[in-house]
Design a protein around this ligand. Sequence first.
Ligand code: GLN
Length: 474
Amino acid sequence: MNSYSEIKREISAGKSTCHSLVASYLKRIEENKHLNAFLEVFGDEALLRAQEVDDKIRKGKSGRLAGMVIALKDNICYKGHRVSASSKILEGFVSLYHSTVVERLLAEDAIIIGRCNCDEFAMGSSNEKSAYGRVLNPHDNNRVPGGSSGGSAVAVAAGLCTAALGSDTGGSIRQPASFCGVVGLKPSYGRISRYGLLAYSSSFDQIGPLTNTIEDAALLLEIMAGKDEYDSTLLQKESPNYTEEYKKADTGKLRIAYISDCIEHEGLDPEIKAQLEKTIASLQVQGHIVEPVSFPFIDYAVPTYYVLTTAEASSNLSRYSGVNYGYRAEEAKDPDAVYKKSRSQGFGKEVKRRIMLGTFVLSTGYYDAYYARGQKVRRIFVEKTNEILKNYDLILLPSTPGTAFPFGQNDLDPVKMYLEDIFTVQANITGLPAISLPLGMHSNGLPFGVQLMARKYDEMTLLAFSEKLMNNKA
Ligand code: GLN
């Protein structure tokens, strides 16, 4: 069973129960332990909760997610459960409160089955940077699943849960979705509360779903979206009823821009390029206006992203000091040594690299040259991308330059690793909603995605058109 609507059908036909569903996921998780997708499985607890939800279903009192079995990325707080951002510095730390998203999922009777491995503090594109070991791609165990929400993408792709939550700061939902062949939605910045998400880069981070279907993504978006007094960056308007409306939304013939600088990019795999061109041609045949636009700034996306996000990370991660909570170095004798040793031992290499880079770009003397300039470039990205979206409903672009790469490939060259995000960071720099949809299979046997980006807060068009594209009816 792949989608929540199938699950619901089976349950209401009496052919399945939440309890048997959870039991079968637990069995699959056990069989796929080698993938290392989960850091912790809440097995007994999930079974108990499944029974409670089964009871509610029998009484006709169940919520809209009864029977939806969800895995959380290990940077989303679930009260009374451990959360570590896959870092040693938070080893053993237990959440004191629910993140807003978890609260909303539970209120609708979702069952949370475990927490998923990810790159440490969501910094990475391969899930090789977790303090708890790498995650394997289920399509080829010698390759990465993508990152940083790699465990979440694998959990969905390998059928270990119905859906998973990830977070996307520069592509961490969409890139692993593309590498694993699932749907990954990054909502607009300001659509879903970040309360209870361990912050990496607060003006970029968004929580979103990884699912098998658009319908499941729409449902999870609907339930998680909307005002929250704990996150002042949220849109203050009521969010739409996506599930009801997106299928009815008659998007008609759309105007779609594709960024020629992306499609023609030298780093793009030729087979992915050919498949995107085929998609473009078939959309044109169906009567959509699909035109090339130029966005010559694309090569500035990754540098801008790394200046701004590392700056924010250096500030956000200063709270992990070894003093209040998390890992504390045993042998430290004075406060200075507590900070130094705890942070040196608790953080991994990539996280340290980013904290240092971020501290540097914010430092007196370099602030204007890097951070302030980065902010100005961000503004240009917003203006230029919105200019395109004045004339077009959607922007189509690749999700990733290639398919999942072998472990270790980018070990020696962090910049090469950073370039994996070249097509995804634009949506985070601009705060626009974007989705990666499974587009095809490469001759190397691996899946890859196509990415769509919409106007700010126009997830409706994104979902409606995605559904058509997935059903080949666009
Ligand atoms: N791969 C990007 C990075 O390493 C994106 C991470 C993310 O979206 N969380 O920063």
